[in-house]
Design a protein around this ligand. Structure first.
Ligand code: EPU
Length: 300
């Protein structure tokens, strides 16, 4: 029995789709099909899915808003998981915000604005879901979502299958990364630290952050955000620009003229165009400055 049949037989209530094109789920608009796309609607669905995946030894990956990932033209030979409706909750509790991983960062910010809760304004302009933002420890220089986490709710695979809350002290947030999660761990929710403020002040803070970004990053063309991590003490965008690479092209992929650390899809780019352009950029920066750029985007 295949995975899809096992899931249906077990009463999986979410969506299962075979050969689902991933380009529609990724902000950069490229990527071949997922062998299987699964959308668990609740904890029972997720537990069953993770168990069947383990039994079948099927590769899997979690997809949030798809804003910092790229799938090859060949797609993903395994199961791509997107969390469904049971993971879209948001509430203020005990002076913090408890938010599901499938909530978008835009909705989280709207909640903060409405309730006058400060501290997460830096998330403006960072698209995607809370789960993705946590996995990537999204932020701007000096401000990262990881430093706002009180605890994370994880679905743990293996012997201790089920949902557990893990304290911040036991989590390892790094620059654009959260390390130490197990292969079968899934971020379900977070409790985030915020400060009481007013809707007006929170809005002013959001607008200030937005102004800092305005005109400095390409918004009109599809991208995956910053492609490379900043090397210690420098900026990947500055290095790529100084190497004279703005406007470089491979097929439909280009180094943005606005911010050199954004590779943009000018129309009709394939994943391979983008990956070849990224390789060209990495090699040029290595040759010119002796700096090895590390990818921030997750490439599947
Ligand atoms: N610069 C250039 N040319 C460019 C781009 C930048 O010379 O094409 C120079 C700027 O003039 C500035 C320096 O490089 O002196 C830094 O640029 P910027 O302020 O744009 O910041 P960044 O380091 O390139 C970081 C984050 C962004 C985040 C901005 C917010 C990383 C890899 N990048 O960019 O995060 O939005 O700060 O200011 O950490 C992301 O992680 O996906 C992302 C976009």
């Amino acid at each position: 029995m295949g995975l899809a049949e096992k899931m249906s037989a077990g009463g999986f209530s979410g969506r299962l789709a075979g050969a689902e094109p991933l380009s529609g789920y990724c902000s950069i608009g490229v990527g071949g099909p997922a062998e299987l796309l699964a959308v668990p609607e609740n904890m029972a669905d997720l537990s069953m899915l993770m168990q069947v995946i383990r039994e079948d030894g099927l590769p899997h990956c979690l997809l949030g808003g798809g804003t910092n990932v790229i799938f090859s033209n060949g797609g993903f030979a395994g199961c791509v998981i997107r969390l469904g409706s049971a993971f879209t909750h948001i509430a203020t509790a005990g002076g913090g915000i408890v938010v599901g991983a499938a909530v978008t960062t835009a909705r989280l910010l709207a909640h903060c604005r409405r309730h006058g809760l400060a501290g997460l304004e830096f998330l403006v302009g960072i698209p995607g879901t809370v789960g993705g933002a946590l996995r990537m420890n999204a932020g701007v220089p000096g401000l990262e979502i990881g430093s706002r986490v009180r605890q994370l709710q994880l679905h743990r695979g293996g012997k201790t299958e089920g949902a557990v809350w893990v304290d911040r002290a036991d989590l390892d947030f790094r620059y654009r990364d959260l390390t130490g999660l197990g292969e079968a761990d899934v971020i379900l929710a977070a409790e985030l630290e915020v400060e009481p403020s007013t809707p007006e002040e929170v809005l002013a803070g959001i607008e200030k952050m937005q102004d800092m970004r305005r005109g400095k990053q390409p918004m009109a063309l599809p991208s995956a955000g910053c492609w490379f991590k900043n090397p210690p003490g420098d900026s990947a965008g500055r290095l790529i620009d100084a190497a004279g690479l703005k406007g470089s092209r491979v097929g439909g992929a280009a180094v943005s003229e606005i911010h050199a650390n954004f590779l943009v899809n000018e129309g009709g780019a394939t994943a391979e165009d983008l990956l070849r352009l990224a390789r060209l950029v990495r090699e040029a920066v290595q040759d010119k400055f002796g700096v090895t750029l590390e990818e921030e985007v997750h490439v599947f």
